[in-house]
Each structure stands twice: as C-alpha cells, then as structure tokens.
Design a protein around this ligand. Structure first.
Ligand SMILES: Nc1ncnc2c1ncn2[C@@H]1O[C@H](COP(=O)(O)OP(=O)(O)OP(=O)(O)O)[C@@H](O)[C@H]1O
Ligand SMILES: [Mg+2]
Length: 434
C-alpha cells in the first residue's frame, strides 16, 4: 500500500498538445480518489502515466515516497482494471484470477489460498471451475476485479470499469467496489464520467478540464462549494442553472426577475463587476405554494412563465426559457457544449416537489433558497462566493465519514461508543447546520 504523489505532471503527445497539463495531486495511503471530467480531458492519460504505460513528459511521480518516473510498470506493483477487461476464455475462473500469481511464479498452495480468499470476497466461490463464457456480465466483471486484487498491489487503478454494464448491474457493482476498497484499504484511483459513481464511490474527487486540474475535494465540497463555473456545471444533474445578472444593493436583476439575496457578504464579493452569473441548482427552487411561511422568509419568490414540465414520480422538473444578452448566451452555449450537456443554456431547469400542480403554460410562483446560490465572474468563471470556512468544515466531515465507513467495513465499533454509522450521521447533521 502506498500514497501516490504527482507534482506538476505534464503529458505532451507527438503533436505537442498537452493532454495532461501541470497536474499536482496527492493521493493518501488507502484513499479512494476519483478522476472525472468530460471526454478527452486526460483522465486515461493520467492513469496510464501512474501505471507506467505512458511516459511522463515532465513533472514528478512518486509512489510510496519513491520517484518512479523511470521505473518499469512491473516494478511499480500496481493493479489496473480497464473498461474492456479481457478474460482468457479457455481458462477457468480460478485460473483467470490466478493469472498474475502464475506469472510471478507463486507457489501452488499460496495461489490456491489467495485465489480462494479473493473469490470469497467477490462471492465467486461457486463459480471457480466455470469458464467466462458461461458467466453473467456482472460475474465476469467480478472475475476481472479478482484478477486485479489477488496480487498484493500497492494501489488499484480503474479506468471506467463499469461502463460496459447495464444500469442495474452498474449500481450493484458500484456498491461492491466501494465495500471492497474500504475493506482492503488499498489506495485506489478510479476514472469515470458517470456522475453517480463520481459522487458515491470516492473519498475525494478530482475534476479535470482539458488536461488541467480544476478542483479536488470531497463530493459534498464539489457540490456545495465549487471553485468555478466549470465544476459547478459539471457536478450535479440536472446541471446548475447560470443566470446573467446585474447587482443593485443586495438585489440581483436576472432574466427570471429581481430577487434579494439577503446576504450582504455575497454581493460584496462582486466588487465593481457590472455583470455576474448567478448559479442556482434546480433542487434549490420550490413551488412557492408548497413552502411554509418560515421557510419562505429565508428565500425569495419569483413569478415565472413555465414552458414544459416533466413529472418523474419523485419530483417534477419545470423548464423556464429566458432571454439573455447575446454574448452571455454564446458563453453559456460554449460551456454547455464543453460539459457534454444537451441542456439549452438560456432555459432554467427547476426540480420541484412531485406534489406540485404547476403545469405547462402556467404563470407560477417559484421560491428560491437564496442561501444556496453562488455568484460567478463571467470572464474568468471564478466562484466569487466560495466560503472557505465552510470548505474546511466539509473537509473535516469527509475525514470523519471516511473513518466511519472503514470501521463499518472492518466491523470495529467507533471509539465514541454506539455504531460507527450513527456517529457519521450526527457529524453530518452538525456540518449541515454549519
Ligand atoms: N496516443 C495518443 N496520441 C496523441 N494524442 C492522444 C493519444 N491518446 C490520447 N490523446 C489525446 O489526449 C487527450 C486526452 O485523452 P484521454 O484518453 O486521456 O482522455 P479521457 O479523459 O480518458 O477521455 P474519455 O472519457 O473519452 O476516455 C485527448 O485530446 C486525446 O485525443
Ligand atoms: Mg479514457
């Protein structure tokens, strides 16, 4: 087991384009790190440099404290699972899992012991004598995982290992990978562009854009305190809405109407900018008729014209088109393309309670939780309202959660008495109230 440290890592392919550009990232021993970003942002390239399948153009890569830039892949002792994992069709499940041990000329009885242990962990014990062709997709994926974890590797590296599976199986495998990683406690780097995997699997998530690292933090931090427009738009589904606005005291004038943000600190961050982008997540709107007086006072109410609605059972999406200045509209369109989003950017999406009776064509009153909005610099994309104190609190919460999760997986009770899981819940409540 080992920590992985990257310092100013650059990868230029033949044509000189930096596929990975000056990435510095510290992955702690035992940590589960997720790499996300749109297609082509350099995720696989970074992973392949860590394993040693790709040369590092410049910068320094350390594994377990040792510089490994020039160390051969074999000697790095890392285990990798690809999207297109290949099992050997003529070998049994047992021999497929045993393969890396056979390569390393491991004695027979040790092979047997290790393969049996691994199979136990992955619930493959009953299938050890079968051939891959006779297995389900999920079982095959587990065999590929078994082959990766049977070796005592310093770290596991996964490149979109679940993307060939159907949605249900993906959900199951996701939970299994998470449980397994926590139990084994092996440093893991996991590449995905699946929102749910990114948010649920890792201790921390690193967001890449065109080879450049944008932000590294716990899922909660990325969602709640994104450092820029790109991260704000990339994390969360449906994406955060960005409305152009001018600022007048604590009042924002947006294409959906004027509303008071209440918080002077937020507007002070705007300085003398004449235009900002207001970021509001769909779930921070509500049908105003469903909001009690007390909550209503903690936000603002807007009258809008609803175009289309979608009732999903657990919530209701409403779409609200608006006019934006041409240059802002062009910028939002560009961002939307880069985020691989098919959302039209001059249309707000709001997620309301499923009991809402708002219908297409309605003039509706929407409540906004103004405490949750962010203001962005339209020129640089910087989040002007990121709350550093809150970021620090979320970091502490993430550390506690990580400990609690590992205790649960290893079946050890928490020090404070009670179960580890209830400990994590109360910490969550504390941070949520902060
Ligand atoms: N062998 C290569 N030669 C030249 N350019 C390459 C090579 N491999 C990748 N690239 C380029 O480097 C950039 C990053 O590619 P990479 O495969 O790391 O992206 P990715 O984030 O893994 O994308 P995806 O989500 O589609 O797998 C892309 O612009 C790609 O075209
Ligand atoms: Mg890739």
């Amino acid at each position: 087991m080992a920590e992985i440290t990257m310092k100013n890592i650059v990868k230029r392919y033949g044509d000189g384009y930096p596929a990975v550009n000056d990435v510095s990232l510290d992955i702690k021993d035992g940590e589960f790190m997720i790499l996300v970003g749109p297609s082509g942002c350099g995720k696989s390239t970074l992973l392949r440099m860590i394993v040693g399948l790709e040369d590092i153009t410049s910068g320094e890569l350390r594994i377990g404290g040792k510089v490994v830039n020039r160390v051969a892949p074999r000697e790095r002792n890392l285990s990798m699972v690809f999207q297109n994992y290949a099992l050997y069709p003529h070998l049994t499940v047992f021999e497929n899992i045993a393969f890396p041990l056979r390569l390393a000329k491991t004695p027979d009885d040790e092979v047997r012991r290790r393969v049996n242990e691994t199979a136990e962990l992955l619930e493959l014990t009953d299938h050890l004598e079968r051939k891959p062709a006779n297995l389900s997709g999920g079982q095959r994926q587990r065999v590929a995982m078994g082959r990766a974890i049977v070796r005592e590797a310093n770290a596991f590296l996964f490149d979109e290992p679940l993307s060939n599976l159907d949605a249900k199986l993906r959900g199951q495998m996701r939970t299994e990978i998470s449980r397994l990683q926590r139990r084994l406690g092996v440093t893991t780097v996991y590449v995905t562009h699946d929102q749910t995997e990114a948010m649920t699997l890792g201790d921390r998530v690193a967001v890449l854009r065109k080879g450049v690292l944008q932000q590294v933090g716990s899922p909660r931090e990325l969602y709640e305190q994104p450092s820029n427009l790109f991260v704000a738009g990339f994390i969360g589904s449906p994406s955060m809405n960005f409305l152009p606005a001018t600022v007048d005291g604590t009042v924002l004038d947006t294409p959906l109407g004027r509303f008071d943000v209440g918080d002077r600190r937020k507007v002070e961050a705007v300085g003398d900018r004449s235009l900002v982008l207001v970021g509001i997540r769909p779930e921070h709107f509500e049908d105003a008729s469903l909001v009690g007086d007390e909550r209503r006072e903690r936000g603002s109410v807007l009258r809008v014209h609803v175009d289309v609605t979608e009732w999903l059972g657990n919530e209701l999406y409403a779409y609200i088109p608006y006019e934006a200045p041409a240059d802002v509209a062009a910028q939002l369109r560009e961002l939307s393309q880069e985020l691989d989003s098919d959302q039209m950017r001059t249309q707000a999406v709001v997620a309301l309670d499923a009991s809402s009776l708002i219908s297409p064509g309605d003039e509706a009153e929407l409540w906004i939780d103004t405490s949750r909005i962010h203001l962005f610099d339209p020129a640089t994309g910087e989040n002007l309202t990121r709350d550093e104190e809150r970021v620090a609190a979320l970091g502490r919460l993430a550390d506690k959660e990580r400990e609690a999760q590992r205790r649960v997986q290893r079946g050890t009770p928490s020090e404070s008495g009670g179960t580890a899981a209830s400990g994590a819940e109360s910490d969550g409540a504390e941070a949520a109230a902060g």
